[in-house]
Ligand binder design. Structure first.
Ligand SMILES: C[S@@+](CC[C@H](N)C(=O)[O-])C[C@H]1O[C@@H](n2cnc3c(N)ncnc32)[C@H](O)[C@@H]1O
Length: 184
């Protein structure tokens, strides 16, 4: 494993009406902590969902096949989930999120970025992270399979735009990235 230096990230509150679809909200369940019962969080691994903080509605479901009708949600979120989904499936998951989001809706997307692998013997790229959300400080870490191409802001933005999202905000700090994406 290749470890990089611990980083801080603050997840600010954002306005949202109606239910929020959170992709891969197991583990710490950061979006559930931020938005509580307004969140419907999906994750294919029930064990991950049972670990996350109470509050959101938890549904065992794969982001590649969302069991919701089209145009269901005005707001979507994904916090450090895509790094855990094989990159062969990233386009399919963005496409599914877009399908179930309403026109005019917003997807708030955070993830970690990693350069192209430069240490052939290391399989995972690990970012220890201190997350500030509401009044909580959560020390955690995310390790993604380290691949031969960079996984960064441009990588995710290009895929999201390819499936039809419009980028309205973008930021990259150290090894974290944020995209605010709009469905026309
Ligand atoms: C690092 S955790 C995400 C952290 C979480 N969002 C949080 O707030 O703490 C990555 C999650 O992605 C989930 N995941 C993996 N493949 C997925 C898929 N195809 N669709 C949705 N979630 C997936 C994993 O089960 C895991 O719970």
């Amino acid at each position: 494993m290749h470890f990089v230096e611990k980083q801080n990230i603050t997840i600010p509150d954002f306005p949202a009406t109606g239910p929020i679809l959170d992709i891969g909200g197991g583990g710490e369940g950061i979006i559930g902590i931020l938005k509580g019962t307004q969140v419907i969080t999906i994750d294919p691994h029930w064990g991950e969902l049972t670990e996350s903080a109470p509050g959101p509605h938890k549904v065992q479901m794969n982001g590649q096949r969302l069991g919701f009708p089209r145009e269901t949600f005005g707001t979507g979120t994904s916090f450090c989930t895509f790094g855990y989904i094989g990159d062969a499936f990233h386009r399919a998951v963005f496409r599914e999120i877009k399908r179930v989001m309403q026109s005019g809706g917003t997807l708030h997307f955070w993830d970690i970025s990693a350069p192209a692998k430069f240490k052939p013997d290391k399989r995972y790229f690990v970012l220890p992270l201190r997350v500030h959300v509401r009044d909580q400080t959560i020390d955690t870490g995310y390790g993604i399979r380290w691949c031969d191409h960079a996984i960064d802001l441009a990588y995710y933005r290009d895929i999201a735009e390819h499936v039809g999202f419009e980028t309205i905000e973008q930021a990259s700090t150290g090894h974290t990235l944020f995209l605010k994406l709009h469905k026309r």
